[in-house]
Design a protein. Structure first.
Length: 170
């Protein structure tokens, strides 16, 4: 199976060398640009367009830390983005915390709660980063921890967006 990492020609890893994703994307974009195929046969133009679309999709996912982590964990069998199938269920303590935060949100204090969830989101992202170091050294036992941290990031992000909204939106 061809992955987004294959598309960009980078290692299948969370931690990427600084600037490498962007360098590879720009180099491949120049190589696959539709203008280079303007006089090519229709089939070659369609293939170039498909490859450009695939390249753009790969870069959009891999350049974002959270999306890259979610993509990697999905390749390992943990789909945290599919909340309907619930292949990774949220930790009950997280759900209790979110209920409490929602109650506090209805009492006002949106800015303080938005900052709090931003801080918790940052901690969860640090946890993902640290666990991926272990995973990249061969420790597969950290995969459930990474998945739980990614679920928490989704909850904190949604709550933070809600808390940052206007009181009428609540």
């Amino acid at each position: 199976m061809r992955t987004f990492f294959d598309v960009l020609g980078v290692p299948r890893a969370y931690h990427q060398p600084a600037g490498e994703l962007e360098r590879r994307f720009h180099a491949l974009s120049r190589e696959l640009h539709p203008d280079r195929f303007a006089k090519a046969a229709p089939r070659a133009r369609v293939e170039a367009l498909q490859k450009t679309t695939e390249l753009n999709d790969a870069y959009r996912v891999l350049k974002d830390d959270v999306k890259r982590a979610e993509y990697l964990i999905k390749l390992e069998g943990f789909d945290v983005a599919d909340e309907k199938s619930a292949s990774v269920k949220p930790d009950p303590a997280l759900l209790a915390e979110m209920m409490e935060l929602n109650e506090q949100l209805s009492d006002g204090n949106q800015q303080a709660l938005a900052r709090l969830t931003d801080d918790r989101r940052a901690l969860a992202l640090r946890s993902v980063d640290d666990a991926f170091y272990a995973f990249e050294k061969g420790d597969r036992s950290v995969l459930p921890k990474i998945a739980q941290s990614l679920v928490a990031i989704r909850y904190y992000t949604r709550f933070g967006e809600r808390a940052a909204g206007t009181p009428e939106e609540l």
